[in-house]
Design a protein around this ligand. Structure first.
Ligand SMILES: Nc1nc2c(ncn2[C@@H]2O[C@H](COP(=O)(O)OP(=O)(O)OP(=O)(O)O)[C@@H](O)[C@H]2O)c(=O)[nH]1
Ligand SMILES: [Mg+2]
Length: 306
């Protein structure tokens, strides 16, 4: 008997959702950063193990106070992932305290999860960062009191600890089904998407303050040349001219550093040499502009007529 289904990974920004997705599928597919609000669009990662196939949906973090249209779009993606899911994982950083878990439980998205009728699993992550593992117990106890969760599992995605236990729990909750995708597939998303994400990852790595949050990456050319390196061109879109200056850096030093690191990451992923051509463009206040967001591929609904 085979089992298969979609598994949404939810949680606050920085909880470790993308790291968990990568650890589960064994490939650094989703971008990761110590800065919050890294993931903006769901990342799909497929794990086929024995008679079970799990299609994981890594989602953007649940932002407490949405400030931009982009944030509202990220929240819409979370709702969509819950709708698509057969099983929902809610991640909590085990180094957080009781007050943090209370805040997570009070989030409307989390509090409303039981209405979905889907099995919800609490996943305590970053257990490696706890000196005293017993500190996790009151957190689990408080979360389980809410009645939201079917069960709980404590893991470390970084150290790949207790992931088999988590997978066993998930498999037990999946519906009986034939596999949804080819067992050799890791994702269903286009390489263009991952390339844009890998570039954005380096912006999060090298740039500070508001710059990473103000950058969107658009792949404008993806030429799989039969000979020589593949030619990939991308635009880094910022909100202001001052940000463009910082992103380019003195004598182009910053954009060069981002480009070199991103190229290495892209080459490792695609397995071919790549020529990466980056340009910086200004699109004022794109994070709050539905037209820009739509042109960047976000599924923004038209605003209601005033
Ligand atoms: N010690 C430790 N750190 C972890 C673990 N999992 C993730 N991290 C770190 O936590 C930070 C955030 O990880 P991400 O995977 O980007 O978190 P996320 O929930 O996807 O964040 P957003 O996409 O911003 O919502 C990174 O610095 C990770 O290295 C873990 O199991 N142990
Ligand atoms: Mg993420």
């Amino acid at each position: 008997m085979k089992r298969a289904g979609f598994v949404a990974i939810l949680g606050k920004p920085n909880a470790g959702k993308s790291t968990l997705l990568n650890a589960l599928i064994g490939e650094p597919l989703a971008i990761v950063s110590p800065k919050p609000e890294t993931t903006r669009r769901p990342v799909i990662g497929i794990l086929t193990s024995g008679d079970a196939q799990m299609v994981f949906l890594d989602t953007p973090g649940i932002v407490e106070h949405p400030k931009f249209e982009l944030h509202r779009q990220m929240l819409a993606e979370i709702h969509q992932a819950i709708e698509d899911a057969d099983v929902v994982l809610v991640l909590f950083d085990a180094t957080g305290g009781i007050a943090d878990v209370e805040r997570l439980l009070a989030e409307p998205i989390v509090a409303d999860l039981p209405k979905s009728g889907k099995p919800i699993v609490l996943v305590l992550t970053k257990m490696d960062a706890l000196d005293d593992k017993r500190a996790a117990l009151p957190i689990i106890e408080r979360a389980m009191q809410s009645g939201i969760f079917r069960t709980s599992v404590a893991v470390s995605a970084l150290k790949r600890k207790f992931l088999d236990e988590l997978v066993n729990v998930i498999v037990g909750l999946l519906p009986e089904s034939e596999f949804l995708y080819d067992p050799d597939e890791l994702s269903t998303q286009q390489e263009r998407f991952f390339v844009a994400e890998f570039i954005r990852e380096q912006v999060y790595r090298y740039c500070q303050q508001e710059i990473p949050y103000s950058v969107e990456v658009i792949v404008t050319n993806f030429d799989e040349r039969p000979e020589g390196p593949w030619y990939i061109a991308a635009e880094l879109v910022v909100e202001r001219h001052s940000q463009k200056k910082i992103l380019i850096g003195t004598g182009g030093s910053m954009i060069k550093r981002i480009g070199e690191s991103a190229r290495e990451r892209i080459e490792a992923h695609l397995g071919v040499p790549v020529y990466l051509d980056l340009r910086v463009k200004v699109r004022e206040h794109w994070r709050n502009d539905p037209t820009y967001l739509r042109s960047f591929g976000y599924r923004v609904k038209p605003s209601p007529k005033k």
